[in-house]
Design a protein around this ligand. Structure first.
Ligand code: NAP
Length: 482
């Protein structure tokens, strides 16, 4: 365990209060924060240290309900400090420089939890004041750009101050327990590898469904849309974990090299593909949790004629020997029927069934659920009790909570500790990010050129009918249901 100084830019913001500081408190309770560590929250507001601690306490008490303990809290509060700084005012970084002075030997972390438009200014000030030591790391929150060109601008600015091995680009989906388990399942067992390919796998589906609308993020979301907010990062990273070749080791670059090869092997979706292999949707008024909810156009900060998509479904293909001919169906959206994230891998049918037509014909399916619970289930056919040889799907389920009986780590807890330890495995390298944008940009350009507008869907449904048609044309249905 090594002690660290963490400078948390955006230290009063939603992400810091709801996720980052509660995650640090939970790691503190687990004895993972080394003595001598310090956390400096920073934002433009002129707050006293006491006022900041009181604000963080409210949040930690709320988001660590059931774990909050007054004695432990007062010990954690000793680590907290506050200093104001404005990313756009070069002379305002005195408090940060003073906080770090004389601590050059300690691991130093800068977490940029602000709008990405401020990243360049923040990095410029960090560089100008000479705050980057060999043991300094910088953590960047998504979204990293709006397209390849803007991502390049951010990466160039950050890269002029920090070396690539010091840059931690967060995709919190990679920190989820179920994603870690998928890596363990694939590369810790011999069972699946011979089957993990064309010939044995018929298709793969990745769903990230949200019941929430855009809430207070209307103006941000309207400039972004589901393709850039979710597909470019979370869904493509999940696709990479499923499709990558076994790396030579768990070393960060060994893993990231393999993910990069997948991104580069994605067949471009251009020209008429954007009408036949992608679907854009936008929610209309409907219901969520039994309550009426407004349509996207009625949300605060969203123009009444907005053509931003709140839903995307697409068919991706990977041009490699392993995956040729195996479609990967991706879908994500807001205001859908359920809050759920899952990967479903559907295997081929048996080449010849000896059980006759009366038995349920159901292929094996591996279902990796990331949300709302972490679980892995393999659906196999078993004999139904009673007369005759009738088959029925039964689940072999990995109950990880029961097997290990330890508290699972939240994604940010794992990722923050990885930054402290200097483990880059679960963070995106610049070339991965570039490759993802190179695949995404032509889809958006195609939508614009061919005037592909979002299709309406009712809030509380599973998205536009065109998404069912997209997968139905290949003879499949979403959720692995035939
Ligand atoms: P937020 O609630 O709007 O907070 C922004 C923070 O930045 C505040 O602390 C704000 O404090 C500070 N700030 C604004 N302008 C500044 C400036 N000129 N100089 C220094 N600090 C400044 O945003 P958020 O939701 O926490 O999101 C932060 C980042 O994480 C964004 O990039 C977002 O896309 C990303 N993200 C957020 C979530 C989430 O769940 N919230 C999830 C994934 C990614 P002052 O106004 O007092 O300066």
């Amino acid at each position: 365990m090594q002690s660290f100084d963490l400078v948390l830019f955006g230290g009063t913001g939603d992400l810091a209060m709801r996720k980052l500081l509660p995650a640090l408190f939970r790691r503190f309770l687990a004895g993972q924060i080394a003595p001598g560590s310090r956390i400096l929250g920073t934002a433009r507001g002129d707050l006293s240290r006491e006022a900041y601690i009181a604000q963080v306490e409210q949040s930690v008490a709320k988001y660590c309900e059931g774990q909050f303990d007054a004695a432990q809290w007062s010990a954690f509060a000793q680590l907290l400090h506050y200093g104001s700084a404005d990313a756009q005012a070069p002379d305002s970084f005195g408090a940060i420089a003073a906080f770090l002075a004389g601590r050059e030997a300690i691991t130093r972390l800068f977490f940029l939890s602000t709008a990405p438009a401020l990243f360049a200014g923040l990095c410029a000030q960090i560089g100008r004041l000479g705050l980057v030591t060999p043991e300094t790391r910088v953590v960047l929150e998504k979204p990293l750009g709006q397209d390849l060109a803007s991502a390049n601008t951010i990466n160039e600015c950050v890269g002029s101050v920090f070396a690539e091995h010091q840059i931690y680009r967060i995709d919190h989906y990679l920190g989820k327990e179920a994603v870690q388990n998928l890596i363990a399942l694939r590369f810790g067992n011999t069972l699946f590898e011979p089957l993990w390919r064309r010939g044995s796998i018929r298709h793969v589906q990745i769903t990230v469904a949200e019941t929430l609308g855009v809430a207070t993020r209307g103006p941000f979301y309207d400039q972004t849309g589901a393709l850039r907010d979710m597909v470019q990062n979370h869904l493509l990273q999940l696709l990479c974990i499923i499709a990558m070749e076994p790396p030579a080791s768990s070393d960060a670059d060994a893993m990231r090299d393999e993910k990069l090869k997948v991104l580069r092997a994605l067949r471009p979706l251009a020209g008429s593909d954007v009408t036949t292999k992608t679907v854009r949707g936008q929610y209309r008024a409907g219901a969520a949790n039994g309550q009426p909810v407004p349509g996207y156009h009625e949300e605060a900060g969203v123009p009444a004629d907005s053509s931003t998509e709140t839903y995307v479904a697409l068919k991706a293909e990977i041009d490699t020997w392993r995956w040729a001919g195996v479609p990967f169906y991706l879908r994500t959206g807001k205001r859908l029927q359920e809050q759920s994230s899952e990967i479903v891998i559907t295997f081929e049918d048996v080449p010849h069934s000896i059980f006759g037509g009366g038995s349920a014909a159901s292929p094996n399916r591996l279902r990796i659920c990331l949300q709302p619970t972490d679980s892995i289930t393999l659906s196999i056919l078993a004999k139904k009790p009673g007369d005759g040889l009738k088959l029925q799907p039964v689940d072999l389920s990995l109950d990880l909570a029961a097997s290990f009986k330890t508290q699972q780590l939240d994604a940010y807890e794992r990722l923050l500790m990885d930054v402290v330890k200097g483990n880059l495995t679960l963070f995106m390298r610049r070339d991965e990010l570039d490759a993802a944008w190179r695949w995404i940009d032509p889809i958006r350009e195609g939508w614009l050129q061919q005037d592909v507008r979002p299709k309406g869907y009712t809030a509380g449904s599973w998205g536009p009918a065109a998404a069912s048609a997209l997968i139905g044309r290949d003879g499949f249905a979403w959720n692995g249901e035939l």
